[in-house]
Ligand binder design. Structure first.
Ligand code: SAH
Ligand code: SF4
Length: 382
């Protein structure tokens, strides 16, 4: 271990924080914008490459600051174009970032914590328990790494990353300040310039923090519902015992009201065979959500070893979708992507997987699409 003084990592600083930083070292505030563009638009981490910054300032920055993203442990590309990075964060744990291309859209799924304390019964991240909160630099660093891998582009050119969802590992509302700072950078023109509608925070329902969120930011919100009544949700999403459904939906309604535009809540519903996929569950859900303008995204369960759950048949998922659709809801089914590289929802465990396990998963994925079951791609209803 060296004993050198800790350098300020500029990667995770918002514009305001960056301006403060330059103020504090006796430099002009406009330097913040210059340096941020180098970092976020061009993926630069070497001060010497920042050619519009004077040599004297570059030398000063090299001594007191750094631009450091998490270490990339592996990068995999799926047969369907999905990419997955495993990155190591300061605590020593690994987390995952997934890029999902879909037509003109490119969605990056970003992690907020290593592990998760909330222990949802069907989630492999939850099974690991909590390890650490990511720093703001580690959260935005995932966007930085992905962006760099597509080749840095100036702000005026379309970027490969059009959307960001905080749906990787961890509960973003339990790492509040760092996630908020990183989301500001995602939206800032000096950062990644992504519209507020295209940055989505997903939560399992930390009610006080949903209320807090509205005071800081106006990103889109997704709620991981997974059950239409408290008894079942208590089993699947234990935080429901603390913040039950009524309280939760009211806080989501309050948040959505602050957005003040035609923006609707996304409801995520992981479908578990014989657990939450029956006709009566859809009936209850229709009743539960009648006062909450929303769109519903059904996520077929992604299996992992010893989960104890199964994915419903595609026909069962379609029946459920049809029922909600007939009640007037906009319902999509999330098609599983990147299964051959273990990049699907709930399969993120922060490990570099060996080839054997990968091929097992791939075959398992294929078996789910047996000829007697309609492919899900054909059943999306908007
Ligand atoms: N902690 C946040 C965000 C990360 S999880 C949350 O819970 O909302 C992102 C989404 O994947 C959540 O809706 C989560 O419930 C879902 N998910 C977790 N494990 C899954 C699995 N094995 N199969 C399908 N979806 C899963
Ligand atoms: Fe945590 Fe979300 Fe997984 Fe629940 S579903 S354990 S909140 S990461």
């Amino acid at each position: 271990m060296t004993t050198s003084t800790v350098k300020t990592n500029l990667l995770g600083l918002t514009q305001q924080e960056m301006e403060k930083f330059f103020d504090s070292i006796g430099e002009k505030r406009f330097r913040a914008g210059q340096v941020m563009k180098w970092i976020h638009h061009f993926g630069v981490d070497d001060f010497d490459a920042m050619t519009n910054v004077s040599k004297a300032l570059r030398d000063k920055l090299k001594v007191i600051a750094e631009v450091r993203g998490p270490e990339v442990v592996s990068e995999d590309i799926s047969t369907d174009g999905t990419r997955k990075w495993v990155v190591r964060v300061a605590s020593g744990s690994c987390v995952e970032t997934v890029y999902i291309p879909q037509g003109k859209r490119g969605t990056l799924c970003v992690s907020s914590q290593a592990g998760c304390a909330l222990d949802c019964s069907f989630c492999s991240t939850g099974k690991q328990g909590f390890n650490s909160n990511l720093t703001a630099a580690e959260v935005i660093g995932q966007v930085w790494i992905a962006n760099k891998s597509f080749g840095s582009v100036p702000a005026t050119v379309d970027r490969a990353i059009t959307n960001v969802v905080m749906m990787g590992m961890g509960e973003p509302l339990l790492n509040f300040d760092n996630v908020i700072a990183a989301m500001h950078l995602m939206m800032d023109d000096l950062g990644y310039g992504i519209s507020k509608r295209r940055v989505t925070l997903s939560t399992s329902g930390v009610v006080p923090m949903i209320d807090e969120l509205a005071k800081h930011i106006d990103v889109s919100l997704a709620l991981s519902l997974h059950a239409p009544n408290d008894a079942l949700r208590n089993q699947l999403v234990p935080i429901n015992k603390k913040y039950p459904l009524k309280m939760l939906l009211e806080s989501c309604q309050r948040y959505m009201a602050t957005l003040g535009e035609k923006r609707v809540l996304t409801i995520e519903y992981t479908m578990l065979k014989d657990i939450n996929d029956k006709v009566e569950h859809a009936v209850e859900m229709i009743e539960l959500l009648k006062n909450t303008p929303c769109k519903i995204n059904l996520i077929p369960f992604n299996p992992f070893p010893h989960s104890g759950y199964e994915r419903p048949s595609n026909n069962a998922i379609r029946r459920f979708q049809d029922q909600l659709h007939q009640a007037g809801y906009n319902v999509t089914v999330r098609t599983t992507r990147g299964e051959d590289i273990d990049a699907a929802c709930g399969q993120l465990v922060g490990q570099v997987l060996d080839r054997t396990r990968r091929s097992e998963r791939y075959i398992a994925g294929r078996e789910l699409n047996a000829a007697d079951d309609l492919p899900l791609i054909a059943v999306n209803r908007i």
